[in-house]
Design a protein around this ligand. Structure first.
Ligand code: NAD
Length: 483
């Protein structure tokens, strides 16, 4: 019988009160791995009540002791590194190496949380007036929650949970119901490190549980990562209910290639950025804009290399690209490819209809390249979130920047060039929150905020870095006179 997953509330694994479940499938085999509860408002209320109660003592736990829990967690994640990576492959469909990379990035966020005792310090001034001293202190703010996407089921929750609780808050995670099993493993480890009951809670489910979190009066703030339409809903609902919110949305990331750039390096990086995780990264390269003479060589070499990528089951270590996350995702991606062709794009490589021996039911979409794409086409504007690369021509550098800045998204943009002037001007004038210079995937490390502008981000303080310390703390100004 298929396992029915449980929530983790107040230090115990409990059945959700909601009857309904959502099947969790291995997208390569279509096997149902588990049934994920579609938790309801009562399940969320139980988690919030536990977190609210736990906050009273947890905030008084010395900060160095709170940070010690992160040392224990890191050790456990390292010990279980391969099992976690395997689980990410099974529920998400990416390759083993990509999953290992994701778990490694998650560990970096635990490392960051260990530095909270340094980062939470504040400042002060003596004798602001005669005998009066003034200081700022940062305090934990209460119960926080994160609502996370399917594409990095281990890494994205780690952007939030370790820092939030080390700052002294208590926490509820609602992972994607498409990929909840990595979170279950994470919470088994959190259970093992013996955090006080209620400090961390896991509520599985879809929209009803997310809505209940956003509307609960005792939730102080919500971190969200997912698609832009949902990010906007989250931002609007949370602010309407008086919560702080950081909502990281979707993307359409452009890579400009200047004629002076090394073709070899550009192609290598674009390949990784476009087809890594089967294009299901918010930092995936979706459009390569080739300036002038760069176009023909790029089309030819990308076409040649993409056609040779080995698509297959993620647990086979020779696989270079895995599945997309579901049959529904495959259908959506294939429809967008057809739409691009109908609007005039030229097919260089068509990944539709590919089969992988032994995995005939899998959600396979092979590497796809559409050339002669123009800014007015939907394939140039909307997020595909699959292994589809659009190629566009630009007359010159200014034309490339103008094309990129037309996008309503602003997550990431990269330039490949050997000319510092272009690199500088690109960084200066492109409206995207993460800029890569001769970097395909401009992913900020844990101590920097994760950028995002326009429809790729709703809120003020971003995830990671000092922004996360600001987000997870309340500042208080203390003015004292003792003499
Ligand atoms: P999604 O928006 O469908 O779902 C994300 C989360 O929101 C899930 O937990 C889901 O259950 C919940 N949700 C869905 N609809 C909701 C609603 N109406 N109200 C409340 N909650 C709702 O995203 P996804 O398909 O899981 O993930 C892929 C998307 O995430 C892509 O658009 C990708 O670009 C984006 N993403 C962004 C970043 C970033 O940092 N900007 C990082 C990773 C992924």
């Amino acid at each position: 019988m298929t396992k029915k997953m449980k929530n983790y509330i107040d230090g115990a694994w409990v059945d959700a009160s909601a009857e309904g479940t959502i099947p969790v499938e291995d997208p390569a085999t279509c096997d149902v791995l588990a049934e994920c509860p579609d938790s309801n408002v009562n399940d969320v209320a139980d988690a919030v009540a536990a977190a609210k109660e736990a906050f009273k003592e947890w905030r008084r736990t010395p900060i160095l002791s709170r940070a010690q829990y992160m040392h224990h967690l890191k050790n456990l994640v390292e010990e279980n590194f391969e099992d976690l990576s395997e689980m990410v492959v099974k529920e998400n469909g990416k390759t083993k190496d990509e999953a290992r990379g994701e778990v490694r990035r998650g560990i970096e966020s635990i490392d960051f949380a260990m530095s909270v005792p340094t980062l939470m310090r504040s400042d002060g001034l003596e004798d602001i007036s005669s005998g009066i001293d003034e200081t700022t202190i940062r305090q934990p703010a209460g119960v926080f929650a994160a609502i996370t996407p399917f594409n990095f089921p281990f890494m994205v929750p780690m952007w939030f949970l370790p820092t939030a609780i080390t700052c002294g808050n208590t926490f509820i995670l609602k992972p994607s119901p498409q990929t909840p099993l990595s979170s279950e493993l994470l919470f088994e480890m959190l259970d093992e490190i013996d955090l006080p009951e209620g400090v961390v809670n896991l509520v599985h489910g879809g929209v009803p549980s997310a809505e209940a979190i956003m509307k609960h009066p005792d939730v102080m703030g919500v971190s969200f990562v997912g698609s832009s339409p949902v990010a906007k809903i989250i931002y609007e609902t949370c602010t309407a209910h008086g919560k702080r919110v950081q909502a990281q949305g979707g993307a359409k990331n452009y890579i400009a290639v200047m004629p002076d750039a090394s073709l070899e390096a550009s192609v290598k990086n674009i390949m990784g950025a476009a087809y890594g995780c089967a294009g299901q990264r918010c930092l995936a390269a979706a459009v390569a804009v080739a300036v002038g003479d760069a176009y023909d060589g790029l089309v030819e070499e990308l076409g040649r290399q993409a056609a040779n990528l080995k698509v297959g089951y993620g647990l086979d270590e020779t696989t270079q690209m895995g599945t997309v996350v579901s049959g529904a995702a495959k259908d959506r991606i294939e429809k967008m490819i057809q739409e691009g062709i109908d609007q005039g794009a030229t097919v260089i490589l068509d990944g539709r209809g590919i089969e992988v021996e032994g995995y005939e039911n899998g959600s396979w979409v092979g590497p796809t390249i559409l050339a002669d794409v123009t800014p007015d086409m939907r394939i140039a504007q909307e997020e595909v979130f699959g292994p589809v690369l659009a190629l566009m021509k630009a007359d010159d550098f200014d034309d490339a920047v103008e094309i990129i800045n037309k996008s309503h998204y602003g997550n990431a943009a990269s330039i490949f060039t050997n000319n510092g002037k272009y690199a500088r001007e690109f960084t200066y004038s492109v409206n995207a929150g993460n800029i890569g210079v001769n970097i395909g995937v401009a992913a900020p490390s844990a101590s920097f905020p994760f950028g995002g502008q326009k429809d790729s981000f709703f809120g003020d303080l971003h995830g990671q870095g000092m922004d996360s310390i600001e987000f997870y703390t309340e500042r208080k100004i203390v003015i004292e006179r003792w003499i």
